[in-house]
Design a protein around this ligand. Structure first.
Ligand code: FES
Length: 146
């Protein structure tokens, strides 16, 4: 289960779940089981409640295994060429850099790749799929500098 990152989206919100961080506190489904139900697959269904209620529940997650990005209201219009979504960069302790939002990645050959939702970039230097994280940081027991 380590290194798995799942993303769930609606027009209003993008929710990311990192099971390797989950401490099984049950706070996510206690109080909002219609959205977070571990008996169903997928276990997250963002259509069952509104974004504000979902964000409030995720704020209770003590491990940060669940996180969210609220999308800009303007981004739900037809004008998708100019993204107004906020880009968020998150450092995963002893792991990759997560970038939420629409970005363009230019590789060493100059090729451009558009990414949306969430992208995980290697921070340990050992990935075989650079610039992306491939989970090798766990195998090499990468630790943040103290
Ligand atoms: S941070 Fe994951 S492979 Fe380097």
């Amino acid at each position: 289960m380590e290194n798995i990152i799942k993303t769930y989206e609606t027009e209003e919100i993008a929710v990311t779940w990192k099971p390797s961080l989950c401490s099984h506190s049950t706070k996510c489904w206690n109080g909002l089981s219609e959205v977070f139900n571990p008996r169903l697959k997928p276990w997250v269904d963002l259509t069952k409640s509104d974004a504000d209620r979902i964000m409030k529940q995720i704020d209770l997650c003590p491990s940060a295994a669940l996180s969210y990005v609220k999308k800009s209201a303007q981004n739900t219009t037809e004008n998708q060429t100019e993204s107004t979504e906020e880009t968020i960069v998150e450092i995963v302790p002893n792991g990759p850099v997560l970038v939420y939002g629409n970005i363009t990645v230019k590789d060493t050959a100059g090729n451009l790749t558009s990414k949306n939702k969430v992208s995980a970039f290697c921070r340990c230097g050992a990935s075989s799929n650079k610039p992306y994280c491939d989970g090798t940081h766990r195998k090499i027991d990468f630790k943040d500098p103290q």
